[in-house]
Design a protein around this ligand. Structure first.
Ligand SMILES: Cc1cc2nc3c(=O)[nH]c(=O)nc-3n(C[C@H](O)[C@H](O)[C@H](O)COP(=O)(O)OP(=O)(O)OC[C@H]3O[C@@H](n4cnc5c(N)ncnc54)[C@H](O)[C@@H]3O)c2cc1C
Ligand code: SF4
Length: 487
């Protein structure tokens, strides 16, 4: 397994084409905007070498029997899935942000199932290719970008009806040794911190869309791939000389638009091509795994609840009964998030490929809660923090010989707490509710792994309504001829 230092060095060896603020970034690893997101991924490597975290952070490869980082593991039991949940919460709490590496893990697990199932139907050799690729990922302890979301153009049109066919990733030509693909993937978490990019379709597809039913993996610096970094609210604070106004100066996440301009993919890295009837399965399984991964939000929630309690103490309101009750409510909501992730893991089951898949109904219920509860937790945190969280002057003003003394005087609360510490905790709350970390904690909670409606569709498909009606009718003595129910 790589150490954090080795991970950082391996990123330096990549030749990624990355643009930000209209310019190509030559040194990605040390860029002040990107660096905190690299630190978050690096922690996934560092913790794997610390005995206290070994059980959560590492696993035994089912293909080589070697000890590997859990982010490269294919879940072999419900216990593995529960450990994945706890790993996500731990890292969310330790970084207070998105640590990015889960999307790749979720893509690997979904592909381990779908490639097997395609082969069973079509006699193809995708699973064999996938396992060879997996062994490479595990041996080199790689970070993979899980790339599902296409730009999608006009949402009312299927891929083949888009005026611009590049709105969905597609194959532009076949060559003897592989395929050439064109398109883009939007909102890609951790893209420029990744060694590999794993492409999956965005939606279920029909026969007319078969050129778009494609899944493959490439090195992140393959010729023809360009990354354009997404902006995050308050991102340029990271370029200022002070650190306090960043809120969380050490850790963060990032997203990028990844453009594939006629990129060659060798056959051995193609895991689906034209088997359109499996596109929906791959999407649903990847999304279900990623919906479980949102245990990370419970970890970030731990940080926000801790910050709310701290600012209550700094402001001198911690004994007020309504504040105590609000902290209880935050914990209740946060543990509800965690419960959903644990539940879908515990109820996971073995697929024909041998991989354990989460219970997909419960994973969707988990994610539906994630689209709501972090917003309520953030609302309560803002209630407790007070308005200063958003009206606090800058660090430079606090350091100013002219006005700094007024800020020190008027922003003092609890006399035993320094104004500096009060500012730090307020900026951390601001960071999670409105700043760079809000991208992961709030908007990604809403849209990541599918917008809320996507989960509602899955819940409506998977809730066993016949059984529910059976129980209701049985109890009140209704005889239902259609399902043979009699009392
Ligand atoms: C911070 C962040 C990180 C992300 N990370 C990743 C990642 O690492 N990898 C990845 O692959 N994806 C990632 N995503 C993408 C995520 O999966 C998408 O944002 C999500 O699927 C929604 O797609 P969209 O953003 O294009 O929104 P849209 O599809 O435009 O949805 C906006 C609204 O329109 C509705 N809508 C859309 N299409 C239809 C339709 N046909 N009929 C009716 N209603 C419709 C939706 O329900 C929603 O309410 C990330 C997103 C965010 C915000
Ligand atoms: S939002 Fe959470 S689950 Fe998604 S990549 Fe970031 S840390 Fe992982």
């Amino acid at each position: 397994m790589k150490t954090a230092k080795e991970y950082e060095e391996s990123l330096r060896r990549l030749n990624l084409v990355v643009y930000m603020f209209g310019k190509r970034i030559e040194n990605i690893v040390d860029d002040p905007i990107i660096r905190p997101s690299m630190n978050s991924v690096a922690l996934t490597y560092e913790l794997a070498h610390i005995p206290e975290y070994e059980d959560l952070m590492t696993a035994t490869s089912h293909i080589t029997g070697e000890k590997i980082n859990r982010f490269c593991h294919i879940h072999q039991s419900a216990e593995d899935l529960v450990k994945k949940t706890d790993m996500g919460r731990l890292l969310g709490a330790m970084t207070g942000s998105c640590f990015q590496r889960c999307v790749g893990m979720d893509a690997l697990n979904a592909l381990s199932i779908t490639t097997f199932d395609i082969d069973a139907k079509h006699g193809t050799e995708y699973n064999k290719r996938f396992l060879t690729y997996l062994e490479y990922v595990q041996k080199n302890d790689l970070t993979c970008d899980g790339a599902m979301t296409d730009p999608k153009g006009d949402r009312s049109l299927p891929p083949h009806k888009q005026p611009d066919q590049d709105m969905y990733m597609h194959v532009v030509r076949e060559e003897k040794d592989g395929i050439v693909v064109r398109g883009a993937k939007a909102h890609q978490t951790g893209a420029v911190n990744s060694h590999e990019v794993i492409i999956m379709p965005t939606i279920a597809m029909r026969a007319e869309d078969k050129e778009f039913a494609v899944s493959f993996a490439l090195p992140s610096d393959a010729p023809g791939i360009t990354y354009i970094m997404g902006r995050q609210s308050c991102d340029t604070r990271k370029m200022e000389k002070g650190k306090i106004d960043c809120g969380n100066p050490q850790f963060g996440g990032h997203e990028a638009l990844v453009v594939f301009d006629d990129v060659f993919v060798p056959w051995e890295r193609v895991f689906m091509y034209r088997e359109y009837e499996f596109a929906g399965q791959l999407v649903e399984q990847f999304a279900s795994y990623h919906r479980q991964s949102y245990a990370c939000k419970a970890g970030v929630g731990d940080v926000l609840i801790g910050a709310a309690q701290t600012i209550a103490e700094y402001n001198g309101v911690q004994k007020a009964s309504h504040i105590k009750d609000k902290i209880i409510e935050m914990n209740h909501l946060n543990e509800t998030l965690y419960s959903g992730s644990v539940a879908c893991a515990c109820k996971g089951a073995r697929e024909p490929s041998g991989t354990f898949l989460v219970n997909t109904l419960l994973a969707n219920v988990c994610k539906q809660n994630v689209t709501r509860l972090p917003f309520e937790i953030a609302r309560i945190a803002q209630d407790i923090a007070g308005g200063l969280m958003v009206t606090l002057p800058s660090e430079d003003d606090f350091n100013s010989p002219e006005v700094g003394k007024w800020l020190e005087k008027y922003f003092k609360a609890n006399s035993s707490v320094s104004t500096t510490d009060r500012r730090k905790i307020l900026r951390l709350i601001e960071n999670i509710c409105f700043g760079t970390a809000a991208v992961g904690y709030l908007t990604e909670s809403m849209h990541g792994a599918g917008s809320p409606q996507a989960q509602r569709i899955m819940i409506s498909r998977q809730a066993d309504m016949i059984q529910k009606q059976f129980h209701a009718k049985r109890l009140c003595g209704i005889t239902d001829e259609t399902n043979g129910t009699t009392v």
